[in-house]
Design a protein around this ligand. Structure first.
Ligand SMILES: [Zn+2]
Length: 95
């Protein structure tokens, strides 16, 4: 996914602009692994192998996303207010 494409992407739910964390970038600047997040609805969308995974809630599989999120230093936490788990950045330090 190129950064030009990123600028054209928005949240599929509310059309809000997405924020991005880049974890792995190609030499030409293409984003290979990263995390798009929507500040409006707090949804997050992983970028895997350069492909942004912008899919509706009902087709998402947390068990596929969770290992990647952990690798990138994020953690899913259950929320009482939302059907979606919340994404939290792990604070530094080990174990
Ligand atoms: Zn949104």
């Amino acid at each position: 996914m190129t950064k030009e494409l990123l600028e054209k992407l928005c949240c599929p739910i509310d059309k809000h602009d997405l924020e991005v964390n880049v974890f792995n970038e190609a030499e030409d600047g293409e984003i290979l692994e990263g995390l798009l997040s929507c500040p409006e609805c707090t949804r997050y969308f992983p970028v895997i192998y350069g492909i942004p995974i912008l899919i509706p809630d009902e087709y998402r599989d947390e068990s596929l996303e969770e290992p990647l999120l952990k690798k990138w230093g994020f953690e899913l936490t259950e929320s009482d207010d939302s059907e979606l788990p919340l994404l939290e950045e792990k604070s530094g330090g080990q174990g």
